[in-house]
Ligand binder design. Structure first.
Ligand code: ADE
Ligand code: ZN
Length: 338
């Protein structure tokens, strides 16, 4: 049996791989650029969208860093985050774990606290007004050096109560996880949970490094882990979740066609795969679009869809009582549909 769009929307889901700067829709970009007196090198929203044709991760990152350049004030980060939360709520996301890239802002003179305060206030309002719970994950930009990451970590430690984890993103190939071993050791010592992008474009060895050297609790993407049978067995045995991003993989040419996406193999191998939007404003879809796209391209069954929703809840860092409530809601939806 196939899951309908409405069934998928109503399933309680957690989103575990979303870069808040990647949810910056062109309409909001123009609005904030206008109020900040910043020039955008495009004439219209349509022209911006037309420029979103990527051939690999780097060609996207160049535009992504340019786009976030209009964010200057706390209110900008608040508006960005609130817009994402509303959109996620409409897709039936009940819990979200949001990445942010402080170095993309501090590097242009925006204070760490300006970024964090704006995002944080929106997360609190999102919980009160929309009922979405959340965690915040600070990413280190891996194209920068480890000393820069360590200085950023020092800033985050002062706000340990508001940041749950640290991650690793940006240009993967040539910047293996091992480059950040000291920064991650210090972050874990300070109480942050670790995650890392690995195996998006990089080889299976980068996924192994993330596990062995950074001691991550989840792998972001992980597509290329499937090239190593031993690694697949390990991910399965250790129940390491993968935060998979299908439409991102298509737009960044990680897969040539969604019908060739490895998600189904991941599920068949018993891996804890989850579905996420990554940078939805750039890749043409939020969580629900990602679910329906893989359902159609990979001919996923309703059972597969339910497994993906369940995985997202169990792999999240929400509190256990809340997780059990959502899992029970999923069970109740299945009973009602039989
Ligand atoms: N930053 C934002 N999106 C990213 C992705 N898909 N991979 C690496 N870094 C990113
Ligand atoms: Zn990502």
């Amino acid at each position: 049996m196939k899951a309908s769009d409405d069934f998928i929307r109503r399933l309680p889901k957690a989103e575990l791989h979303i870069h808040i700067e990647g949810s910056f829709e062109p309409e909001l970009m123009f609005e904030i650029a206008r109020r900040n007196g910043v020039r955008i090198p495009f004439d219209s929203v349509e022209a911006v969208r037309a420029a979103y044709e990527f051939e690999d991760l780097q060609s996207f990152l160049d535009i992504y860093y340019q786009g976030m350049g209009v964010l200057l004030a706390e209110r900008d980060f608040y508006d960005l985050t609130m817009a994402y939360l509303r959109r996620a709520r409409d897709d039936g996301v009940v819990h979200t774990e949001i990445f942010f890239d402080p170095q993309g802002h501090t590097g242009r003179g925006v204070a760490f606290e300006t970024v964090l305060n704006g995002i944080w206030k929106a997360l609190r309002d999102g919980e009160r007004q929309l009922g979405i719970t959340s965690r915040l994950i600070m990413c280190f930009l891996r194209h920068l050096d480890e000393d820069d990451a360590l200085r950023t970590l020092d800033q985050a430690i002062a706000h340990r109560d508001r940041i749950a984890g640290v991650g690793l993103d940006s240009s993967e190939v040539g910047h293996p996880p091992g480059k950040f071993e000291r920064a991650f050791a210090r972050a874990r010592e300070a109480g942050f949970v670790a995650v890392a992008h690995a195996g998006e474009e990089g080889p299976p060895a980068y996924v192994e490094e993330a596990l062995d050297l950074l001691h991550v609790a989840r792998i972001d993407h992980g597509n290329r882990a499937l090239e190593s049978m031993a690694l697949v067995k390990r991910l399965e045995a250790e129940r390491i979740p993968l935060t998979v991003c299908p439409l991102s993989n298509l737009k960044l040419c990680v897969v040539p066609d969604l019908r060739e996406h490895p998600l189904k193999q991941m599920l068949e191998a018993g891996l804890v795969a989850t579905i996420n939007s990554d940078d939805p404003a750039y890749f043409g879809g939020y969580v629900l679009d990602n679910f329906t796209a893989v359902r159609d391209a990979l001919d996923l069954s309703a059972d597969d869809i339910v497994t993906l929703a369940r995985n997202s809840i169990t792999a999240s860092w929400a509190d256990e009582i809340q997780k059990n409530r959502w899992l029970a809601e999923i069970d109740a939806m299945i009973s009602a549909s039989i």
